[in-house]
Design a protein around this ligand. Structure first.
Ligand code: SF4
Length: 276
């Protein structure tokens, strides 16, 4: 039976919450096919150290190493037994067939990495746009893949389960320049948005939550420049931010949440300061 180990760094647990909401397959279906070695929120036994040691001694094979949350080398800040999250990832990196980073913190560092004083906080292979994460830029796991990145704050459960199942059945997964599966991240929230007609006619919604109008021209929607299939793979199978009248905030991109103006579309004259 293939095995999966889930680690958490600096995280709000949002991607675990997403995992719990997985459907088709449900979480219990996944873990009837894959042996869940340990998950910080789901495991009953607190035996991570023992499992890590058994993996290092080749008593247990490790197929999927899943990392949620940003990485820090600080042992006081995010401690796993006597180690930091960075120590544990470094120990296991050559043992795992696949490493999957789930969520923007594990991929890009995201919120925990935003402050200059948090110099040692990063993603697994990236820090924001640059390949300056914990693992070397040319790092590959035993399977030949780099860290497979599933961005989002949080990720949609189906993005994770689709990738996991594809790898489980030894399917090839083409990746984009941020090592995200192309099959998922080639789409934009703008593709399939129910407000496209309003976008074409430049008719803007008057406020959040309104059914009529696009959210791009004044309200800051990032749907046309964000890579995520939020209007193709719907949330809870029924909705998305833009369907509910909330602009896309670009949470799958490296510059989330560094960007300013989440709910405001800056106009050219504001940049050029032409008008007072
Ligand atoms: S609301 Fe956003 S995603 Fe929808 S049509 Fe307008 S710009 Fe595109």
């Amino acid at each position: 039976m293939k095995t999966l180990l889930w680690l958490q760094g600096l995280t709000c647990n949002g991607n675990t919450q997403s995992l719990l909401n997985a459907e088709n397959p449900y979480i219990y279906e996944i873990f009837s096919k894959i042996n869940l070695l340990y998950h910080p929120s789901l495991s009953i036994k607190n035996n991570l150290n023992e499992i890590v040691n058994k993996i290092l001694d080749d008593e247990i094979r490790l197929d999927f190493l899943i990392v949620e949350g940003a990485i820090t080398k600080n042992k006081n800040f995010c401690k796993i037994g006597n180690y930091s999250i960075a120590d544990v990832v470094n120990k296991l990196k050559n043992k795992a067939e696949y490493i999957i980073a789930v969520g923007n913190c594990a991929v890009h560092g995201n919120l925990p990495a935003i402050y200059k004083e948090n110099k040692d906080i990063c993603g697994l292979q990236f820090k924001f746009e640059e390949k300056k994460g914990l693992l070397p830029s040319d790092f590959k796991t035993k399977s030949g893949y780099p860290v497979i990145n599933i961005t989002g704050c949080p990720i949609h459960p189906a993005w994770f389960t689709q990738v996991l199942m594809a790898l489980y059945f030894d399917r090839n997964i083409p990746l984009d320049k941020f090592n995200r599966p192309k099959e998922i991240f080639m789409y934009l929230p703008h593709d399939g948005c129910t407000r496209n007609e309003y976008f074409e006619w430049k008719t803007e919604a008057e406020e959040f939550g309104h059914k009529e109008g696009c959210l791009f021209y004044n309200l800051g929607c990032r749907g046309p420049m964000t890579h995520a299939p939020c209007n193709k793979i719907l949330w809870n199978r029924i909705s998305s931010k833009t369907r509910a009248g909330m602009p896309c905030i670009g949470c799958t991109e490296f510059n989330f949440p560094v960007r300013e103006n989440f709910f405001n579309t800056k106009k050219i004259w504001e940049y050029l300061k032409i008008f007072p």
